[in-house]
Design a protein around this ligand. Sequence first.
Ligand code: GNR
Ligand code: NI
Length: 175
Amino acid sequence: MAVLRILTYPDPRLRKKSVPVERIDKQIEKLLDDMAETMYDAPGIGLAAPQVGVNLRVIVVDISPREENSPGLIELVNPEIVLAEGEQIGEEGCLSIPGFVSEVRRKARVVVRGLDRKGKPVEIEGTGLLARAFQHEIDHLDGILFIDRLSRLKRELFKKKLEKVFGKEESYAAF
Ligand code: GNR
Ligand code: NI
């Protein structure tokens, strides 16, 4: 088991579309282990493979640090949202965008289908924070970050913060 390095914005690898896993083998199981360890170490409530530089559709989620009735660690290979309904607005952050949190509008309830670490098909329903985490992680697999889903006003606040961190435009425009 190992704690992996988490890529941060504006690393271009966070913008690539991840590809489906074709075969679940020892390497994928090791990736799942390392991702869980990295998530708990951070600490975070979810992690997607592209955040650790792996271009595969693999996520881990565990909201138990933040919520009591949670299912514990969820590991999903090739996750897909098969049902999404309702709306929720809540605070969101990302380990790849340290130091910035903002309110994001998400679906209130989702049903996610994928494979577990043995390759067995599973379907998991999530509401509230779990639904939010699933949407956040699956977005990562498509190169989408939560800052892409902010209202115009909140997006301007993010840009202001960036300028503070990087200095005006030039330094990060290169990425
Ligand atoms: O740790 C995390 N917290 C969080 C809070 C609200 C909505 C989504 C998240 S996911 C985030 C970890 C992360 O960046 N996963 O990609
Ligand atoms: Ni994230």
